[in-house]
Design a protein around this ligand. Structure first.
Ligand code: TXA
Ligand code: MG
Length: 310
């Protein structure tokens, strides 16, 4: 299917990807039209092993090697200077390319069988919730995707950590399971402050990862009262919280461990969105570093308007 220029959705340990042959601009353009994603937004190229990286990135800096050795295969995407011949369709005509060697056994088997790079964003419509099951992919994209490989539930549940290693200092563009502290432990130099609202990474724009229903983040101590107030005005309230909220019309018990919260986050947001409620209240996550990626996704999901192009 990939050789014929088709779209194949596949599981990774983070979320499901919508894949196409990264060297086939026609196939890559199909990804953009199916997602409804602006064409200049670059895609991540997924690879089977380090030997393939040399065909896509040049140079491979010592910092890139260090991070690759420690975290690949795994939930890390590295932004590197692109090698000659890498298609503008994939890079959004930038001089860099996003690369990732995923760890999921089905993704790896697919990459090995295909033999080349697979360009893949998360397999959702632009700005919406990333899929963490094959069913989500079908529900979201229907017949627009030629094939969906079913690998069950994704283990990590939120997108990969993105580190830009194309400049003088590495910078984290998107937090994920691999935290700033994990990266700092491996790197000699400290991470540069990521540029918020960078147009280079649309996943960083407010309004991403959003359900259709309005979502609000409320601290745990204010949540029961906030739900009761909304209920009193006739609103049906869906709640994701670690405490009981009597006024909730529909509620899901939130895991108190960050890794588990992340694993279930997108499936939970879909359930809350499908519950038919008027508003979703989510308990604001703790301030600790292991919750950083979750705070990031929830803050963006809480923006009412879908992301607007800069
Ligand atoms: O976990 C993941 O990363 C999943 C799985 C399928 O690998 N993929 C994913 O792709 O989340 P996507 O397209 O939804 O998000 C990738 C982000 C986008 O915000 C994109 O702009 C950014 O990576 N990106 C890709 N190449 C880039 C580049 N050369 N420079 C800056 N940002 C880049
Ligand atoms: Mg995405």
């Amino acid at each position: 299917m990939l050789n014929r220029g088709g779209l194949v959705a596949f599981p990774t340990e983070t979320v499901y990807g919508l894949g196409a042959d990264a060297t086939n601009p026609t196939a890559v353009r199909k990804i953009f039209s199916v997602k409804g994603r602006p064409h200049h937004h670059p895609l991540i190229v997924h690879l089977a092993d380090m030997a393939q990286v040399e065909q896509w990135a040049d140079p491979i800096s010592p910092t890139a090697r260090l991070l690759a050795e420690r975290f690949w295969p795994g939930p890390l995407t590295l932004i590197m200077r692109r090698a000659a011949g890498v298609s503008d369709a994939v890079t959004g005509a930038q001089d860099t390319v996003g690369l990732r060697i995923p760890a999921h056994p089905i993704a790896r088997a697919l990459l090995r069988a295909f033999g080349g790079g697979i360009a893949a964003p998360s397999a959702n419509r632009f700005g919406r919730i990333s899929p963490t099951t094959a069913k989500h992919v079908r529900a979201e994209l229907g017949a627009d995707v030629d094939l969906v490989l079913d690998g069950g539930d994704c283990d990590i549940g939120i997108e990969s950590t993105i580190v830009d290693v194309s400049g003088a200092r590495p910078a984290m563009l998107r937090p994920g399971r691999i935290t700033a502290a994990d990266l700092a432990e491996v790197l000699a130099a400290p991470l540069a402050q990521a540029q918020l609202q960078s147009p280079r990474a649309p996943g960083m724009l407010a309004g991403h990862y959003a359900p259709r229903t309005q979502l609000r983040l409320v601290s745990i101590e204010h949540l029961p009262a906030a739900a009761a107030r909304l209920r009193a005005t006739g609103k049906r309230v869906a709640v994701l919280a670690s405490v009981a909220v009597p006024a909730a019309t529909y509620s899901i018990a939130a895991p108190v461990v960050a890794i588990e919260f992340a694993r279930e986050l997108y499936a939970n947001l879909r359930c809350l969105d499908d519950s038919g409620c008027d508003v979703i209240l989510v308990e604001a996550p703790p301030d600790q570093p292991e919750w950083a990626a979750i705070r990031d996704r929830l803050t963006r999901a809480a923006h009412a308007e879908p992301s607007v192009e800069p």
